[in-house]
Design a protein around this ligand. Structure first.
Ligand code: DQA
Length: 144
């Protein structure tokens, strides 16, 4: 089983970016964490990060027939991108949406997510652990 983890804009700044909200660990740490969770659960995890909406859409389209699950943290595009939603719908791969922070407890504009209109599960406010839950959920679903 193969899972693609997609991190969107500014998540390459993890460790430096608003550490009081996002913590002090880096994107490399997150990637390593996701691979090891995947390995334990029996899935091969690949991860990509992009600051560009079109590149994220390309990654989703390229996932078709190559990945059995997607974990996506679309960063700020979560709240703005109809096109990322459309790409997810187009490939119809089981998808879990993750946010490091608790977007429901922050600014009003973070409460709405286009991604949630497709994602079958949404995990917020659990930091890296949210990615582990997402990977484990997708593996369990695949095994059933
Ligand atoms: C985020 C929350 C978004 O609102 C924000 O734009 C991000 C990160 C999170 O992981 O908590 O870039 O997706």
């Amino acid at each position: 089983m193969k899972i693609l983890v997609i991190n969107g804009p500014n998540l390459n700044m993890l460790g430096k970016r608003e550490p009081e909200i996002y913590g002090v660990k880096t994107l490399d740490d997150l990637d390593r964490f996701c691979y090891s969770v995947g390995k334990k659960a029996g899935a091969k995890v690949d991860s990509v990060q992009s600051n560009h909406e079109g590149e994220i859409i390309d990654e989703i389209q390229n996932a078709l027939a190559r990945y059995d699950g997607i974990v996506i943290n679309a960063g700020g595009y979560t709240h703005t991108s109809v096109s990322i939603l459309d790409a997810l719908k187009a490939v119809a791969i089981p998808t879990v949406e993750v946010h490091l922070s608790d977007v429901k407890e922050r600014e009003e504009f973070r409460k709405f997510s286009y991604i949630s209109l497709y994602a079958e599960k949404v995990i917020i406010g659990k930091g890296f652990e949210g990615y582990a839950e997402a990977i484990e959920y997708l593996v369990d679903k695949y095994k059933k």
